[in-house]
Design a protein around this ligand. Structure first.
Ligand code: GDP
Length: 453
């Protein structure tokens, strides 16, 4: 194993809590901690063992701690790792980290532990990125997709595809060595069917991105409707707290307010907006323009009507506008408490969901309808979903290169050009798992991690 300098950082969050974990990784990690640890001799302990003792700075006892010893390569980073569980005091943490730095470690960069895990072959790049997603996950769905990616579901598919392609690339490159003799080692029909197959798999991965992205980041929902129909009230009821300003004055919800709720493990990001009616009012006009803009970003629209103030033709015209956006929508009639049966009968033609946002009637049914509309098929841990923009871009580039390979087979080009296109496809595939990576790419990914990860 190559020598790696020891890095140290606090691995737990700062703030209230009983315990803090300080992580040290590197060839000398165990030796460095051993110098300040009063207890068993850590250099003679087995991997994956925990030891009680004190940390001392000269005669000063800084804390009573538990240290976990992981002997490389069987550790998170693949190097020797020691995790010190100290009491969670800023003072203790700072003293211990300084002590370890004096003893030969250096402060870790953001994401440096995970970067080392990647460089030491403990995980590929997409798995390392999933670590960040896992830590950021805040719903059952985002947790599931991150977990699945971290465990390598995504990588194993790509690795297999890559290996098959590499095989063909080398056969074709071999042909180049025999270019005088006009031989074909790589069967073009077989290559073609492999490329077609790979393109289909990649196509499926690319189209899983929409769902993957929604699960990871939430479903953006716009609540559209004229001023005063009860949009803020509905949002408040959904969020169950007074976030948006509810007012009797038409058009007071001028800015957009975003918030999210969790329905059956799926995050819905609600975007409350000023109405979608045309208006002369300048401030409100901005709000309306923004509503249209937001509607374009939405994956779901709740169109809210209040038949007390909207006439049915107007409502139908607005539903038409919403429908034209091509985004799934739910038509909801609010203030059901004020409606007569005659009202409801007239409105039946637009097939709405009747609710009373103010008194929280029908809102549960609305939530169920929202779930139905986003139409996410039931997930299980085996589904492979792409959630990362970087990955989807690389997959698209791979498919573009593979399209050139197919063109090259159908309209025969020389082996050297064909090999070039295959290599290009391999390059883009490799970017995802990190078998092809540049310092810039790694920098870009790991600098977004926090220190200690
Ligand atoms: P927005 O402009 O669309 O955001 O509308 P608001 O949420 O500000 O609501 C406008 C008015 O309608 C407020 O006075 C609310 O209290 C009232 N309102 C909202 N929902 C209901 C409801 O279900 N029933 C009744 N009776 N009034 C409601």
């Amino acid at each position: 194993m190559a020598h790696h300098d020891a890095i140290v950082a606090l691995a737990t969050a700062t703030g209230n809590g009983a315990i803090a974990v300080i992580r040290v990784s590197g060839t000398d990690a165990i030796a460095i901690v051993n110098k300040v640890f009063n207890g068993k001799d850590l250099s003679h302990q087995q991997s994956h063992t925990i030891h009680f003792g004190t940390i001392r700075d000269g005669d000063d006892v800084l804390d009573e701690v538990l240290v976990s010893v992981f002997v490389g390569p069987n550790s998170y980073t693949g190097e020797n790792v020691v995790e010190l569980s100290t009491h969670n005091s800023r003072y203790i943490i700072e003293r211990v980290i300084h002590l370890l730095i004096r003893g030969g470690a250096r402060a870790a960069q953001p994401g440096e532990f995970t970067l080392r895990a990647f460089l030491n072959g403990k995980m590929d790049l997409s798995q390392a990125e999933a670590v960040a997603d896992l830590i950021a996950s805040n719903s059952a769905a985002s947790h599931l997709v991150a977990m699945q990616q971290m465990r390598g579901g995504f990588s194993s598919i790509l690795t297999e595809l890559r290996e098959q392609l590499i095989h063909f690339a080398s056969l074709i490159e071999l042909e180049l060595d025999f270019s005088e003799e006009d031989v074909e080692f790589a069967n073009r029909e077989q290559l073609k069917s492999l490329v077609v197959e790979i393109r289909a798999v990649i196509g499926k991965l690319v189209s899983s991105f929409e769902q993957g992205n929604v699960l990871k980041n939430g479903v953006p929902v716009v609540i559209a409707g004229k001023p005063n129909v009860g949009k803020s009230t509905l949002l408040n009821t959904l969020l169950n707290e007074e976030r948006a300003i509810v007012s009797d004055i038409a058009g007071t919800t001028r800015d957009t307010i975003e918030d999210e709720i969790n329905i059956n493990g799926i995050t819905f990001r609600f975007i409350d907006t000023a109405g979608i009616r045309d208006t002369q009012d300048i401030i409100e006009a901005k709000g309306v323009a923004r509503t249209r803009e937001k509607m374009r970003q939405a994956r779901l629209i709740i169109y809210l009507a209040d038949p007390q103030q909207d006439d049915i033709d107007e409502v139908r015209a607005q539903i038409k506008e919403v429908a034209q956006s091509g985004i799934p929508y739910v038509v909801v009639v609010n203030k059901n408490d004020l409606l007569t049966q005659a009202h409801r009968d007239t409105l039946a033609i637009i097939e709405p969901l009747f609710i009373s946002a103010k008194s929280n009637v029908g809102v549960e049914e609305l939530k169920e309808e929202l779930l139905r509309k986003v139409n996410l098929h039931n997930l299980n841990g085996d589904d492979v979903l792409v959630t990362n923009v970087r990955h989807v871009e690389a997959l698209q580039k791979t498919n573009e290169s593979l399209r050139k390979v197919l063109d090259g087979i159908d309209n025969p080009i020389t082996s050297d050009f064909l090999a070039l296109d295959i290599r290009q496809a391999l390059h883009h595939l490799g970017e995802i798992t990190g078998s092809v990576s540049t310092d810039d790419l790694l920098d870009n990914i790991f600098s977004k991690f926090c220190i200690g990860k």
